[in-house]
Design a protein around this ligand. Structure first.
Ligand code: UDP
Ligand code: MG
Length: 344
């Protein structure tokens, strides 16, 4: 199969028939073999029955429905688990992204050898309250992730080589940073394509301004994980040891000064009268805590099921035996309750 289109959606019933027809038209015009995976993220409108209708009319329209609303990231992740196409394209359901971009995205992945191509809504049709913070958000994301050529991290329209999506896990609200997740997983050929953006036709946006606060926190998490995720001791251990050492030296100095004053007949007081005593005590306590945090982190990693923390991209063996099977990322399957799959 050439293409899987993954569409996460939450209360988008009005947009769905139009979107499905448009995707179908583009696919047929270009002769692609395809599937469309609608991931219904606990919609409370009749999105799911619309999807069932779409499937009845065209079995290539498939769907998964969550029992409640989990968010865009779990929806994407579920689509990624199920996608079978060689190229996987994600797209918002609200008709803001245009299916007309699909053929060119497909070409960039298959012929220009990109791992991932992200859409760039150069001209946006969104309220100002969103476009300005978005600029700031993207500048920060570029710096932190080191992916300097992306203008629009959070664009819903993206294309991936199949291998990429089978090796990343989009959890929490991490859909904003899928390119960064891909980079952390070792897929570094990341490109960008300018795409047409349109104003939302039906319904309303599902994200408020809190997206920016959460976005920053998630970016911090990812950065920290990428840097120290498999070696927490290098962060906590270093910081903890330094603090402990500083406190220890200070307490020795405070004690030695008192002893010196005692024996040389100067006036002296209890060490607990010195503010430096309390400072060094605090430093030593915090230092020990940090050190232990690092140590606990190392223990958790050492004993987690998933303890390789690296993946093998390719392997050459002497006798032509196939390379070892790779670890598969699993989603949240046990929370799904209804699945429509193709009849053939
Ligand atoms: N979405 C989702 N689950 C959610 C929120 C949003 O699946 O909890 C979907 C939504 O239906 C749409 C896409 O994610 O298809 C992008 O959402 P939206 O258009 O509201 O975001 P915006 O365009 O304002 O960034
Ligand atoms: Mg939208």
């Amino acid at each position: 199969m050439d293409i899987s289109v993954v569409v996460p959606l939450y209360n988008e019933a009005e947009s769905l028939p139009e979107l499905a027809a448009w995707i179908e038209r583009v696919m047929d015009e270009n002769g692609f073999s395809y599937e469309v995976l609608f991931i219904n993220d606990g919609s409370t409108d009749d999105s799911w029955s619309v999807i069932q209708g779409l499937h009845d009319a065209n079995p290539r329209m498939k769907g998964v429905s969550f029992r409640r609303n989990y968010g865009k990231s779990p929806a994407l992740n579920t689509g990624f688990d199920r996608a079978q196409g060689n190229v996987v394209i994600t797209m918002d359901a609200d008709l803001q992204d245009s299916p007309d971009e699909i053929p060119e995205l497909y070409r960039m992945i298959t012929q220009e050898d990109y791992d991932l191509v992200s859409g760039w809504k150069k001209k946006r049709y969104d309220p100002l309250s969103k476009t300005i913070p978005t600029k700031l958000f993207n500048a920060t994301a570029r710096r932190v992730s080191g992916i300097h050529n992306l203008h629009d991290f959070n664009c819903g329209l993206k294309a991936y080589r199949k291998e990429v999506i089978k090796h990343i896990e989009v959890y929490g609200d991490m859909h904003r940073y899928v390119p960064y997740l891909a980079k952390i997983a070792g897929f570094t050929r990341i490109g960008e394509k300018e795409v047409k953006h349109r104003a939302r036709k039906y319904g309303t946006t599902k994200f408020g301004l809190d997206r920016f606060v959460n976005g920053y926190l998630d970016l911090l998490t990812l950065w920290f994980q990428a840097k120290f995720g498999v070696k927490p001791m290098h962060f906590f251990g270093l910081l903890g040891s330094l603090m402990f050492l500083l406190g220890f030296i200070a307490v020795i100095v405070v004690g030695a000064l008192k002893l010196y004053n005692m024996y040389s007949g100067n006036s002296y007081t209890l060490v607990t009268n010195s503010p430096y005593f309390y400072l060094s005590l605090t430093l030593m306590l915090l230092g020990t805590q940090l050190f232990l945090t690092g140590f606990l982190g190392e223990l958790i990693i050492r004993h987690s099921n998933d303890r390789n923390h690296y993946e093998i991209g390719d392997e050459i063996t002497a006798d032509d035996t196939p390379a070892l099977p790779q670890r598969q990322v699993t989603g949240i399957e046990n929370t799904l309750h209804q699945t429509v799959t193709a009849q053939q």
